[in-house]
Design a protein. Structure first.
Lengths: 827, 333
């Protein structure tokens, strides 16, 4: 709602400056979005009358116009053609300034100079409304009322450049959608007096037969006027409309809009002669058509309310009038209408048709059910003043009973309870006084308040609403500050701490935490347990964001691509978040097999999409530091695997090197066929790690190996939630001297290192304290396809010092153990 | 036969003139080796009578002692010099970058979220979680946002296809609804997490963003408790010189409701006020819908935009920076 300050002041008993108004508003519930000063700086613009015009000799679209200001005449070249001889126009003289000219570079405003246009001298310009900052109309020049004095500066006719305060109106405060409503509320806040505009008393009589055949209309008020309505809207009204962001259309329409802005009651004007037969207000029938004022043919449903005559709908109630009965320049009989419609119904219609009008936005938020008669009288008065048309009759049609949605029920509330809630020391009488200030009728009986809210306050229906109203008027800044005495024990849960711990393990290894947008398009890379299942969005923002991510991989690899595009030599990213799959995705079976409590459902138990928590990794390029690069050191799959191992150890609370997910080679869509593994837990896939297929990497303009890893954290976190975390138990470390033993084992092609290492561990038994791989050799010396792994074993006993014999025994045992799987100890 | 006294003089001079450990060894051999004067004197001993032998023996011992003492001193000097030469040769330029991969950094949004959550955890709050693809009942209905309420449209909801009334949560308030429907007061929780709106991406709008919401429900919770809690939070988060300002506002799930501004430039907002969060007393309709008796319990709730706090605190000008995963941005904070 845009509120010109001078308009507001016309209704108040005090005159306020803009800063005072803004601070009152902000402190008491009217949120100021911005203050603008439209049409600031207009100068050198005077009224003039068009004496004559001819076509420009060298330009068909230009006119050479002679204008007179009562003293002198001027020649002005003009591009518009919406004027005739005798029209009063706004003539901007050389040296003057028009703020609304928009230049190609976006800057605004122009100082005029005398110049030639295609060889014809032009003394300034004839200004459009937009050029003067009076709205966005630029179809032609601004035409002023014929009785406008000539040769006067336009700033003396209208207060151009005055402050306009824009307010973000709250959904429950429809009464703030008018100048009167805001003035009334401000008067309650300050407090001070206010007055509404006075209107003529119009004789009651038949205007037009009206039947209400719906329970969605609380009142239907009409006025008839007779006489031509062909006139020019006065400048002051054009300015009000422009300040409020509305266009000037014709005097009758301008008046209905002006009164809507002023009083908050939307109105509609029919050309009375175009209405054929009695008006019936009813629900539309399915498929019924109406061409609305914007020229659009609307197909209606039974949920819409229409005003109809014998030929069908003439207006879509509360939203927009119909084209067939529109007021035009030739109209000589006007039927003005103001009605009160049920908010939910108007909201549904406006929403279904995508047709949010100034009228519908007011009805949706509830208009004052007692305001229609005053508004229609006010509009009739103004139309009469501007056009000279004569007011004939008014008539009001009401339903047989007051409709429940338009009633303002009386409510009771305990003053002590309100005072306690808002922590203000106000007794019942003090609270009653505040409520009365904003129009409620209040009686006090001991602690009990009996409150009847004013007709314009549909938001006051419960004790909490009264509490807010009292606190708002008293001032939120008077509420003290205390801390609640709740007595809860707070803190993060074990699982929440473990979730963070997973991140820190990744950070320690050099991965930066990324947050990517969790939307994907048709084709999306998936790492862990890929499936075709997608959680599609009904109203996606873009085609390539049509579904929720089924995996973190896609977003992270795209992030690598952007970083590579920025010339980063190498990047490693980690992300924690949820991935999304349909409720029946195969991923559900894996989660069911590994944990309980992971599934989210609605209040009736229906399953929501699967959305487990996951950690994802992606790395590409050089594994470099902040200030060094090793040209051959690239991020590798191992870098991610080692982090996943560490995370698994932390989340399962067992630091043993052997406590890790089993790695099984896998061939997976989009990934390198011989550099990818799934990570299993009791045989169930919980994670994946591998290199992107070189072709996929190439498609993403990534020249080096792209490492991708993903681990389902949900089962591990759910186990913590279910079982808590068992404290890690201390062990007594042996203190007898240790012995180092190096062994080299030749593995065949089918052996994985994990198999070899497993055999060595078994063989070394309890004496093995630590074991390290220190060399890996392939070459002619040992034969094609074979690998020699050199392992250093640290043997230690808690009972005695080990001897050469012990070492020999271990080596022999290793030989036997690796031999058992077809490998060989190199002696 | 040369006198040992003269020899001693020469030996001490030779020791003093030895420049390194090798030369020193040569000197040792020259004066104590097989061909040395000392060796000749020792060999000559057997031809002497007792008295001469005693005297000669004393002279030999005196020479030996004098030589060894001087040798040890010189050795120590030369050995130190030699070590110093070695160490000098081992010089390393320690300004050369260490070839270690530096640890990564937590995302700025996580840092801010942790800061916020930690403050409330310190005040006795638990951390509650919920799904991001959420039932409309939890996201709207239980929060007093009816099907055709204008607020529901204003939230620009993204809907999930193929489900009946499943949305990408527009706030983390559904987590509050889940907590209230599953537990009994007293309740004090914060709910951090990602949230979604159908906003086109620009410098100040993102379809995905994050919030921390808080909820306290107990007997006799007042609006002063809300103000005090938010004041304590603000001072921890932004500095002890900050003040807050509550402005009446509207949220469907709270009544009374407030927008909360934080002063910048000290108490009283010398440099102005910035809107930081929304808050209010839990609407009785919400309590009732979630199975809590509004006549017995009251509560407050608040919602903080993590991106907004991060942008204010760190002068981030474009919200897209949070989600573009530019490594320079990630490593910067």
């Amino acid at each position: 709602m845009k509120l010109p300050l001078s308009w507001l002041n016309t209704f108040l008993d005090v005159q306020l400056d803009v800063d005072t108004v803004v601070s009152w508003f902000n402190a008491h519930g009217l949120e100021v979005e911005e203050v603008t000063h439209p049409a600031t700086g207009v100068s050198g613009v005077k009224t003039a009358i068009v004496d004559a015009f001819v076509s420009h000799p060298d330009a068909d679209r230009l006119r050479v116009v002679t204008v007179a200001d009562g003293t002198d005449t001027f020649q002005v070249v003009c591009g518009a053609s919406n004027f005739a001889v005798g029209d009063v126009v706004a003539h901007a003289h050389p040296g003057g300034f028009v703020p609304g000219v928009v230049h190609a570079d976006g800057t605004q405003g122009m100082i005029l100079e005398a110049r030639e246009l295609r060889g014809v001298a032009s003394h300034g310009m004839l200004a459009s409304a937009r050029e003067l900052g009076l709205g966005d109309e630029h179809g032609g020049i601004l035409l002023l009322a014929p009785d406008t004095p000539l040769g006067v500066d336009i700033t003396t006719l209208a207060a151009l450049g005055e402050p306009v305060i824009e307010i973000a109106v709250q959904p429950d405060r429809g009464d703030h959608l008018s100048v009167l409503g805001i003035a009334r509320d401000l008067a309650a806040i300050i407090p001070c007096g206010y007055s509404a505009p006075t209107v003529s008393t119009i004789p009651t009589g038949l205007t037009h037969p009206v039947t209400l055949a719906t329970s969605s209309c609380a009142t239907f008020v009409t006025v008839t006027l007779e006489g031509s309505v062909n006139a020019v809207t006065p400048l002051w009204m054009k300015q009000r409309l422009a300040q409020s962001g509305m266009r000037s259309i014709s005097p009758v329409v301008d008046v209905t809009n002006f009164v809507m802005l002023e009083l908050g009651q939307p109105l509609h004007a029919f050309d009375h002669d175009t209405i054929n037969g009695p008006l019936v207000v009813r629900n539309a029938t399915d498929g019924e058509m109406l061409v609305t004022l914007d020229g659009q043919a609307r197909t209606l449903t039974t949920h819409d309310i229409v005003i109809t005559d014998d030929d069908g709908p003439v207006s879509l109630a509360g939203v927009m009038g119909g084209e067939r009965t529109e007021v035009t320049a030739t109209t000589t009989r006007v039927l003005l209408e103001a009605a009160v419609w049920e908010p939910q119904v108007i909201r549904a219609t406006a929403r279904r048709l995508g047709l949010a009008s100034e009228a519908s936005s007011r009805f949706e938020r509830a208009v004052d059910p007692n305001g229609a008669a005053r508004a229609v009288a006010r509009a009739a008065d103004l139309i009469g003043q501007i056009t000279g048309a004569t007011i004939v009759h008014t008539d009001t049609v009401n339903p047989a009973q007051v409709l429940s949605w338009s009633k303002r029920d009386t409510l009771n509330a305990s003053a002590a309870r309100i005072a306690q809630l808002i922590a203000l020391p106000l007794d019942a009488n003090a609270q009653a006084a505040l409520l009365q200030r904003s129009g409620s009728e209040v009686t006090v009986d001991g602690d009990m308040l009996t409150v009847t809210p004013p007709s314009w306050r549909s938001d006051l229906s419960r004790m909490a609403d009264l509490a807010e109203e009292i606190a708002r008027l008293h001032g939120y800044d008077t509420i003290p500050a205390t801390l609640p005495n709740v007595g809860t024990v707070g803190g993060r849960s074990q699982a929440q701490l473990a979730y963070d711990d997973a991140l820190y393990a990744a950070l320690a290894a050099g991965f930066h935490e990324a947050r990517t947008r969790p939307f994907v398009g048709e084709r999306a890379l998936a790492a862990v347990l890929p499936s075709q299942g997608r959680v599609q969005l009904a109203n996606p923002l873009a085609q390539d964001a049509s579904a929720m991510r089924p995996s973190l991989a896609d977003g992270l690899v795209e992030a690598l691509r952007r970083n590579h595009g920025q010339g980063r030599p190498g990047v490693a990213l980690v992300e924690l978040g949820r991935i999304f799959r349909p409720a029946d995705d195969p991923l559900a079976d894996v989660l069911d097999a590994t944990c309980t409590g992971w599934r989210w459902s609605g209040p009736d138990g229906t399953a929501l999409p699967i959305q487990p928590r996951v950690i994802g990794f992606a790395a590409h390029g050089l594994r470099h530091g902040t200030d060094w690069i090793e040209p051959d050191l690239f991020w590798q799959v191992d870098d991610v695997l080692s982090v996943i191992d560490e995370i698994f150890r932390r989340l399962t609370n067992d630091r043993a090197v052997t406590n890790r997910l089993e790695r099984q080679p896998v061939v997976r869509d989009g990934f390198h066929p011989s550099r990818s593994v799934i990570l299993t837990y009791d045989g169930v896939e919980l994670g994946f790690c591998g290199e992107l297929h070189p072709r996929e990497a190439q498609n993403r303009d990534l020249p080096h190996a792209v490492v991708v890893g993903e681990l389902l954290l949900e089962p591990l976190l759910q186990q913590i939630t279910a079982n808590g975390v068992a404290a890690v138990q201390s062990v007594v470390f042996p203190r007898h001297p240790a012995r180092m033993v190096d062994v080299a084992i030749i593995a065949e092609e089918q052996h994985s290192f994990a198999q070899i290492a497993g055999q060595v561990r078994i063989a070394a038994g309890t004496l093995l304290d630590e074991m390290w791989l220190f060399d890996e050799y392939r070459g002619d010396q040992i034969g094609e396809g074979r690998t020699s792994f050199a392992l250093r074993l640290r043997l230690q006993s808690s009972e005695r010092q080990l001897t050469d014999n012990d070492a020999e025994t271990v080596i022999d045992a290793v030989a036997t153990a690796v031999g058992a799987i077809g490998a060989e100890l190199r002696r | 036969m040369q006198s040992l006294a003269d020899e001693q003089q020469r030996a001490l001079e030779a020791l003093a003139n030895a420049h390194d450990l090798d030369e020193l060894d040569v000197v040792r051999q020259t004066f104590t080796g097989k061909r040395s004067v000392l060796a000749a004197q020792q060999a000559a001993m057997r031809d002497l009578d007792d008295a001469e032998r005693r005297s000669a023996g004393q002279a030999i011992n005196a020479f030996k002692t004098a030589f060894q003492d001087a040798f040890d001193v010189r050795f120590a000097v030369l050995e130190t010099e030699a070590l110093e030469r070695t160490l000098r040769a081992q010089r390393r330029d320690l300004t050369i970058p260490a070839k270690r991969v530096a640890p990564g950094r937590p995302h700025l949004l996580r840092q801010i979220e942790d800061d916020i959550v930690n403050i409330f955890v310190g005040m006795g709050y638990e951390v509650a979680e919920g799904p991001e693809a959420e039932s409309g009942v939890f996201n709207f209905d239980l929060l007093n946002i009816e099907k055709d309420h204008p607020a529901r449209q204003e939230m620009d909801t993204i809907y999930v296809a193929g489900y009946d009334d499943v949305v990408l949560r527009t706030h983390t308030s559904p987590v509050q609804a889940r907590v209230m429907t599953s537990r009994t007061p007293p309740i004090a929780v914060v709910c951090p997490g990602r949230t979604y709106r159908a906003d086109a991406v620009d410098a100040t709008h993102s379809p995905v963003f994050s919030q921390v919401e808080g909820l306290v429900v107990a007997e006799q919770v007042t609006m002063a408790d809300l103000r005090g809690t938010l004041l304590a939070f603000t001072r921890r988060m932004f500095g002890n010189d900050r003040e807050i300002r509550l402005r009446p506002s509207f949220f469907p799930f709270t009544e009374p409701s407030a927008e909360v501004d934080v002063s910048f430039g000290g108490r009283g907002g010398n440099d102005g006020w910035l809107e930081v969060l929304g808050a209010g007393m839990v609407d009785p309709n919400v309590l009732t819908a979630c199975g809590i008796d509004p006549d017995r319990y009251s509560g407050f709730a608040f919602g903080i935009g993590i991106e907004r706090v991060a942008m204010l605190k760190h002068n981030v000008r474009d919200i897209r920076a949070f989600f573009d995963a530019d490594a320079r941005f990630l490593a910067h904070f």
